[in-house]
Design a protein around this ligand. Structure first.
Ligand code: S3P
Length: 448
């Protein structure tokens, strides 16, 4: 098989990825290492900056989003070595010691950077911070964190009646609250917990379903006292802990592994081993969904590394079946819904995804974009207010599609293209660099 099925054209900072799979005989084979987990990478940089002493991070994601976090914290006085995946060192400045930056903090495309950082900024008295992001981030709702922070006494101003960035934050001494979040969002939960670090007393967040718990795990690893009630999905942080720099080994991102899990499932005669993948149960909804669809995935070599469960994932192609994905599993696979939609297109029957209205406020309106872009390839997908209805089993045709500047859409379209008839042209393929800069290299590696 020739690798000429792939062509990546770069024009200034734009990329066009063209995929022309053979009529028959494509199979994906090999072993892949995937980039570090995005959520854990952000948290390691932030907690490293807030701790006393040195934090050493191995396996940090080198995508654009962690660069945004590192640059923001550098601008507030943290010394962070140049980012590389072997070893990054963060010289902590200590809790409450962020300096007033002389420039606007730019979170780029990263919702996690902006929302988590707001909790820290709001709780730094006597300092003014200005925060912005790219066009996508400036259109994403910030009221979900601003409103609970205001309940704690924060002073934040933003566009659209304090809902949108750019934002100005005048740091304050905050008071503890018990926040009952209407949405299961790790960004909201983490923002409030981080604000609680610098707040006297106990700050609690209760969420309607459990979202990813990397903040809880890492805060405890750095020495914070947390009280966790799994039955009510509540977490309490006790103010003013002594945070001590740690060694953090970042596992591979299951959200990035998901592309290969689906690719090998749908491309006949494929087998891939994806090494060193984080399998925190708050993130493994994708494995459960693919299991419901009768995918052939096994977890090997399970271990725990710096507080996070890790395994190697072996996936072999299989005949997928449709399923319904709804309810509490949604926050545990929220970022994988674009690639699950691709899996559903090759599964027998009608797949229904519900309770996923959050997808409308991600890096793009993912429900609309999945339906429109995969629709161009001949997919039968109906957009629901909070989900998708996908009819599987009909062949896809190559087409000219667009990532709509959304990394997960760019990569999902590439996987769909592997199983489509004819040539697919993906405009805006550069978006993949947000979370997976080596995506095309990995794809080349598994095409024999
Ligand atoms: C993230 C939480 C999720 C997820 C995002 C990363 C995090 O967002 O979609 O990619 O690192 O906390 P929400 O908390 O908004 O659901």
């Amino acid at each position: 098989m020739s690798k000429s099925i792939l062509n990546l054209q770069s024009l200034e900072n734009k990329q066009i990825l063209t995929l022309t799979p053979p009529h028959t005989g494509l199979s994906l084979q090999g072993t892949l290492q995937i980039p570090g987990d995005k959520s854990i990478s952000h948290r390691a940089l932030m907690l490293g900056a807030m701790a006393e002493g040195e934090t050493i991070i191995e396996g940090l994601l080198l995508g654009e989003d962690p660069h945004s976090t590192a640059n923001c914290f550098r601008a507030m006085g943290a010394q962070i070595s140049p980012l590389n995946s072997q070893k990054v060192t963060v010289q902590g400045i200590g809790l409450g010691q962020l300096q007033e930056p002389s420039e606007v903090l730019d979170a780029g495309n990263s919702g996690t950077t902006m929302r988590l950082m707001l909790g820290l900024l709001a709780s730094h008295p006597h300092r003014l911070f200005c925060v912005t992001g790219d066009a996508s981030l400036r259109s994403r709702p910030m009221s979900r964190v601003i409103q609970p922070l205001q309940e704690m006494g924060a002073q934040i101003w933003g566009r659209n009646n304090n809902r949108l960035a750019p934002l100005a934050v005048q740091g304050q001494t905050l008071k503890p609250i018990h926040y009952r979040s209407p949405i299961a969002s790790a960004q909201v939960k983490s923002c409030i917990l981080l604000a609680g670090l610098m707040t006297e007393g106990e700050t609690t967040v209760t969420e309607p379903a459990l979202s990813r718990d990397h903040s809880e795990r890492m805060l405890q690893g750095f020495g914070a006292t947390l009280k966790i009630d799994p039955t009510t999905h509540s977490v309490t942080v006790v103010g003013y802990p002594k945070l001590i720099g740690q060694k953090v080994i970042v596992p591979g991102d299951i959200s990035s592994a998901a592309f290969w899990l689906v690719a090998a499932s749908i491309v006949e005669e494929s087998e891939l081993l994806i090494e060193n993948v984080g399998v925190n149960p708050t993130r493994t909804g994708i494995l459960e969904a693919l299991e419901m669809m009768e995918a052939n995935i096994t977890l090997e070599n399970k271990r725990v590394i710096t507080g996070e469960p890790v395994a190697d994932l072996r996936v072999k192609s299989s005949r997928l079946k449709a399923c319904t994905i709804e309810g509490e599993i949604i926050p545990r696979l929220i970022d994988e819904i674009p690639i699950l939609a691709v899996a559903a297109l090759f599964a027998e029957g009608k797949t229904i995804i519900k309770d996923a209205a959050e997808l409308r406020v991600k890096e793009s309106d993912r429900l609309a974009v999945i339906a429109s872009q995969l629709g161009k390839m001949g997919a039968t997908i109906t957009e629901l207010p909070d989900g998708l209805e996908i009819i599987g089993g009909n062949p896809l045709n190559g087409a000219e599609v667009d990532s709509c500047s959304d990394h997960r859409i760019a990569m999902s379209l590439a996987i769909a293209a592997l199983n489509a008839k004819g040539k697919t042209i993906i405009n805006g393929a550069e978006a993949a660099a947000i979370s997976y800069p080596e995506f095309v290299g990995s794809l080349e590696k598994i095409i024999p």
